[in-house]
Design a protein around this ligand. Structure first.
Ligand SMILES: *Cc1c(COP(=O)(O)O)cnc(C)c1O
Length: 391
C-alpha cells in the first residue's frame, strides 16, 4: 500500500509561475494591467475565441453574462441539476428562475430533448455545463436557442481545450465561462475567463468593474484620465496581474497537462474496461474531451457495498476520491424553494448515488496511476470474495 495520501486534484505550479508572480510583485502594477491583458490575448488565441475577458472567477463570468443579457425577474433559465452550485446560484442572483432538466445517461450532460420540452414563453436562456470536460451537444442546443430566440451561456469550468466537431469550446459567439480555481485543469488560484463576441464582452467588461464606462478602465494608466462615469451598478469582478502571472504560464503548459491527463485516462479505461462492476466514462466521436474528471459509476447490484463504502475503502488505501456532483435539486435551498423530489431527475440522481471521481491530474506519476488502479481492483476482488463466501 502507498505510504502517502494521493490528493484528488492538487495544482501543478512551476518555477516559471513563481518567477512571474515575483516579477509582478516587484513592478508597480499589481491589479488589472498589462499581464491581465496579455493573458486575455493569449487565452483568446488558444481557444480561438473572438475575444476574452479575464475575471476573478468562472462564477463571475456566468453572472456577468446573465446581467449583460438583461435576464432577471420573471425570466427562466434552463440548466442541469448535475453541476456545481455556482452555475445555478447565479440564476438566482439575477432574480430569474432556474429550470432544471435531466442529463443524458452516457455523457451526463444536459439532454437537448429535455430542454426542448422545458421551453416556455418565459425562457430567456439555456445554461449548459460541459460536464467533466465532455462538450455538450452544442449544435442541438444552439438550434433550439435560435428557434426560440434564446441565448446560450456555456459553463466551461471543466472544458479548457475541449473541442466539439473540430471547434474549440469558447471559439463561438456564445458567452462561455472558464474557471481557474485551484482544482481545475489550469489555475490562477482563483480566477476565470469569459469569452464571446467583442461587442458582448465590451458590455460585460463594464458590468464586471463597477459599471465604469469603457475608457475609465485606463484611469490609472499614462493615457488615462481621472474622469469616469458609472453607466450601471456593476460588480467587482476584475482579475489581478498577480493571478494573470500564474495564468500566462499555466496556459503555456496546458497542452502538456492535457496530454498527461489523456495518458492517465487511457490507463484507467484499459484497466477497468473488462470490469463488470463499473460503467466507464463516455467520449463521443465528435468531441475532444478535456478530462477534468474521471467519473466511474458502480453498476446497480454489481458489488455488495455502497458507493460511500467504496470511497471509504479507497480512503483506507490513501487514495483521494471525490463525488461530482450532489445534484442541485437535493440541496436544501433549491429543494425547499422549488419543492423538488429526489427522483425528479433520475439520471442525475442515480449518477450521484453510484459514482465517484478518481484522482486525475498532470502531476500524477505512473506509480500513482498504478496505485489507483490497484486499489480499485483490490476492492472489487475483496467484494467478490466476500460474496462468494456468503453464497
Ligand atoms: C468550479 C466550477 C464553477 C465555479 O468556478 P469558480 O471559478 O470557482 O467560480 C462553475 N461551474 C462548474 C461546473 C464548476 O466545476
Amino acid at each position: 500500500m502507498r505510504e502517502t495520501h494521493l490528493p484528488f486534484s492538487p495544482p501543478l505550479i512551476g518555477q516559471e509561475e513563481i518567477d512571474e508572480v515575483v516579477d509582478t510583485l516587484r513592478s508597480d502594477w499589481l491589479t488589472t494591467g498589462p499581464k491581465t491583458k496579455q493573458f486575455e490575448q493569449d487565452f483568446a488565441r488558444f481557444t480561438q475565441a473572438p475575444a476574452a475577458l479575464a475575471l476573478n472567477s468562472c462564477t463571475a463570468g456566468l453572472h456577468t453574462a446573465l446581467v449583460a443579457h438583461n435576464i432577471g425577474p420573471g425570466d427562466e433559465v434552463i440548466t442541469t441539476p448535475l453541476t456545481f452550485a455556482a452555475s445555478v446560484n447565479v440564476i438566482e442572483h439575477v432574480g430569474a428562475r432556474p429550470v432544471l432538466v435531466d442529463v443524458e445517461p452516457d455523457t451526463l450532460n444536459i439532454d437537448p430533448r429535455q430542454i426542448a420540452r422545458a421551453i416556455t414563453d418565459r425562457t430567456k436562456a439555456i445554461l449548459p455545463v460541459h460536464f467533466a470536460g465532455h462538450p455538450v451537444d452544442l449544435d442541438a442546443i444552439n438550434a433550439l436557442a435560435e428557434e426560440n430566440n434564446l441565448c446560450v451561456i456555456e459553463d466551461a469550468a471543466h472544458a479548457p481545450s475541449a473541442q466539439y466537431k473540430g471547434r474549440m469550446i469558447g471559439s463561438g459567439d456564445n458567452p462561455t465561462a472558464f474557471s481557474f480555481y485551484a482544482t481545475k485543469n489550469m489555475t490562477t488560484g482563483e480566477g476565470g475567463m469569459l469569452t464571446g463576441s467583442p461587442e458582448f464582452l465590451e458590455q460585460a467588461r463594464v458590468i464586471s468593474l463597477h459599471g465604469l464606462s469603457r475608457d475609465a478602465w485606463q484611469r490609472y494608466d499614462e493615457k488615462g484620465s481621472w474622469k469616469y462615469d458609472v453607466v450601471c451598478p456593476g460588480f467587482k469582478y476584475n482579475m489581478t496581474d498577480l493571478q494573470a502571472s500564474l495564468g500566462i504560464w499555466q496556459l503555456r503548459k496546458l497542452e502538456s497537462f492535457q496530454q498527461r491527463r489523456v495518458q492517465i485516462v487511457a490507463a484507467y479505461q484499459e484497466a477497468f474496461a473488462e470490469s463488470l462492476a463499473f460503467q466507464l466514462p463516455a467520449e463521443r466521436e465528435e468531441v475532444v474531451h478535456a478530462w477534468h474528471l474521471y467519473v466511474l459509476r458502480l453498476l446497480p447490484n454489481a458489488l455488495p457495498i455502497s458507493r460511500d463504502e467504496f470511497i471509504q475503502e479507497m480512503k483506507k488505501r490513501k487514495i483521494g476520491v471525490s463525488v461530482h456532483f450532489i445534484p442541485i435539486h437535493l440541496h436544501s435551498y433549491y429543494r425547499n424553494k422549488y419543492g423538488y423530489r429526489a427522483d425528479d431527475f433520475p439520471v442525475a440522481h442515480d449518477n450521484y448515488q453510484q459514482s465517484f471521481s478518481l484522482p486525475l491530474h498532470p502531476g500524477m506519476t505512473d506509480q500513482d496511476v498504478a496505485d489507483v488502479i490497484h486499489a480499485v481492483r483490490e476492492i472489487v476482488t475483496q467484494c467478490r470474495r466476500k460474496r462468494g463466501a456468503a453464497a
